[in-house]
Design a protein around this ligand. Structure first.
Ligand code: UDP
Length: 238
């Protein structure tokens, strides 16, 4: 009864969840509380890989809209995810959680390059592996990186952390009557054009039948609840 539902998880943290009041950058208190949540789940014996976003620092599409070359802007976005990855590593190591950061773009002085077998080995040894740099390619997102890495490392589930309780038919922060879905199929998400993850990430997950659970990270203990199999958030599956 009290055993975790999943053995290996891929936690997707967008850059946005690291911000405090200002909506930009990294709030030390916020990142520390996320690290504590991760530690709680680690104690259950679950293997944890994390894909970190960069939207709290730099978004390629936004810079592109303001006139910057898309590819250069996307590389800046990918570099932003590395900053977040290193910050998260620092917060985790401070509370004695062993970690490795692996980057999709090589920068060996900062972190290990992404090597799938090595990442799996780290997980088996109980280390939390943080994947930074997205997929390493412009025109992609860290949500797609989350689907890709989850499949590559054989994760049981993708846990997509957000600031709302799950997937709604309209933005719950803007519309009072927004309806929350408990379960959806990948095709529902694509057909209804729900913006929870981009279409590439959803279709990659669909083709490889990896479930996605979208949940609210702001509620304390939620990551653990999801991992223990409680009905939290919205589940997307085939
Ligand atoms: N990015 C990219 N390729 C990837 C992942 C990310 O080019 O594989 C760039 C893109 O410019 C994006 C930025 O990095 O806007 C930050 O990633 P994302 O927007 O996915 O972060 P999040 O929304 O999760 O904070």
């Amino acid at each position: 009864m009290n055993r975790p539902r999943y053995k290996r998880i891929l936690l997707k943290l967008s850059g946005e969840v690291l911000t405090g009041e200002g909506g930009y950058g990294i709030d030390p208190a916020v990142i520390q509380s996320i690290a504590l949540e991760v530690k709680e789940v680690k104690k259950l014996g679950v293997e944890i890989a994390i894909v970190i976003g960069g939207g709290n620092i730099f978004r390629g599409m936004a810079a592109n809209a303001r006139g910057m070359d898309r590819v250069s802007a996307d590389y800046m976005g990918m570099l932003a995810t590395v900053m977040n990855g290193v910050a998260l590593q620092d917060s985790l190591e401070k509370i004695h959680v062993h970690t490795r950061v692996q980057t999709a773009i090589e920068m060996r002085e900062v972190a290990e390059p992404y090597i799938r077998r090595r990442a799996i080995r780290h997980l088996e040894k109980g280390r939390v592996v943080i994947f930074a740099g997205g997929t390493g390619n412009p025109y992609f997102t860290t949500d797609t990186a989350a689907s890709l890495r989850a499949i590559e490392i054989g994760a049981d589930v993708i846990l997509k952390a957000t600031k709302v309780d799950g997937i709604y038919d309209s933005d719950p922060l803007l519309h009072k009557g927004a309806h929350k879905y408990d379960e959806l199929t990948y095709l529902d998400v694509l057909k209804k054009r729900l913006t929870v993850m981009d279409a590439t990430a959803i279709s990659l997950s669909m083709d490889n039948q990896i479930p996605i659970i979208v949940f609210n990270l702001n509620k304390k203990g939620n990551v653990k609840r999801v991992v223990m199999g409680e009905k939290v958030g919205t589940k997307v599956k085939g």
